[in-house]
Design a protein around this ligand. Sequence first.
Ligand SMILES: O=C(O)CCC(=O)C(=O)O
Ligand SMILES: [Fe+2]
Length: 304
Amino acid sequence: MVVLSQPALDPFILIQTSQPTSVFKKVTAIGLSNPDAETLIVEACQEFAFFKLINHGVPLEYMTRLEAEAIKFFKLPESEKDKAGGFLGYVNRKISPNRDMGWVEYLLLTTSPKLIHHISSSIFKENPEIFHQKVFAKLLRNEKSDCLFRLNHYRPMPCSGLQELSGQNVIGFGEHTDSQIISVLRSNNISSIEICLRDGTWVTVPPDPNSFFISVDDCLQVMTNGRLKSVRHRVSINNLNSRISMIYFGAPPLGEKIAPLPSLMERGKEILYKDFTWSDYKKSAYNSRLSDNRLGLFQNYESQ
Ligand SMILES: O=C(O)CCC(=O)C(=O)O
Ligand SMILES: [Fe+2]
């Protein structure tokens, strides 16, 4: 990455020098009604830590309605959006507390039923009941979990910037693994997420607004004692259209112990991780950089 001493809004600080990626044609598409779904999911998670869920039964109109509300919000003047700022709510370009920036603005929401109502009424003023739709009501059922929901907006690059940037990508969301158990992502049809395969090659996953992309996150890596590995991913911006994505991060309750589960791990394999709670993980993640391996701290010394 080229780091220039420019004002915070200069997109050039985010130029990504990595090679262009090829399109990932092998992403496994799995429908839940497929009798072999369980096996296919395990295989895809072992091989790619990532798969595409098709025929999921969630009507497209739910997602497009929420997307429309998000677009309305993101079109507001910066001063209005900033009023919804804070740890939860609106954030512009700042991806982590530790200097990680991206060409992205987002709304970070908790899925706690009590808080979501409050947040929704201040952000989606014209449609505060947006999260009362059936699909979200289901996601919000577990009051104790610490799940998050993020709406990302990758603005088009300024035209003058694009001419000079021709052929280069700008970091929308830098390389990282997600922390939780699984993430469920849906985006519009614009540009896409890139994932890192086991051999270290980065590939671009073709977008599909009708499907969900499911990824293996850090906690699931621990719960399976490393049998599944969380997937490194990133978003690059290289065109003139806005990308909108929404991601549900499925997390445990704060005090929950995260540990390898005998039913998920390979029999007889040594335990790779120390005991820790989701709250311990979050505290240590707060001091890390986006691209860090945040599980390093929790690995058993003997097993490294
Ligand atoms: O916006 C995307 O497509 C992915 C963003 C992402 O990885 C995240 O929000 O954790
Ligand atoms: Fe992510």
